[in-house]
Design a protein around this ligand. Structure first.
Ligand code: CMP
Length: 145
């Protein structure tokens, strides 16, 4: 299994990013890369393409553009499932009930403003790490394709 995954700190949790980053390290992850990209609406639509038929899609894209974000590549044995477990259930209200130590319980608010993103599986982790590197983390790449 992969030892890397892709993580975002979403706009709702950006003010508490330093506490979240402390928690990430305490949970045994190494932060291999960290940046504060500013994806366009179109880039977020592509990043979240799997959700484009869902009723919350437009709200999600607007929410992700509502403030700064932190993008990270995290490394750890079993990074993908371990990071999903660390962040907890998608809905922060459910996380507060079922996984009070999780990051979404501690730093999130509800089903949309849930503090963090984590890749769902190894294929998504590869795609998201690559998408971020090529599409908006690395502007040099765009200038010198
Ligand atoms: P995440 O699982 O990281 O990626 C998809 C995001 O869509 C999810 O986090 C939430 O931020 C948002 N989301 C998922 N389900 C809902 C929902 N039912 N209503 C509003 N937003 C949602």
């Amino acid at each position: 299994p992969m030892d890397k995954t892709f993580a975002l700190i979403k706009p709702d949790a950006y003010p508490r990013r330093e506490a979240i980053i402390e928690d990430i390290k305490k949970c045994g992850f190494t932060i291999l890369k960290q940046s504060e990209p500013k994806p366009t609406k179109e880039q977020f639509e592509e990043f979240y393409a799997e959700h484009k038929e869902r009723h919350f899609f437009n709200d999600l894209v607007a929410f992700m553009q509502s403030g700064p974000i932190v993008a990270m590549v995290l490394q750890k044995e079993n990074a993908v499932p371990d990071w999903r477990k660390t962040i907890g259930p998608t809905n922060s209200l459910k996380a507060k009930e079922e996984a009070p130590e999780s990051l979404r319980a501690k730093y999130g608010t509800d089903g949309q403003a849930n503090a963090c993103h984590g890749s769902a599986n190894d294929d998504d982790a590869k795609r998201e790490i690559e998408f971020c590197r090529v599409r908006y983390l690395d502007p040099l790449h765009l200038r010198h394709p």
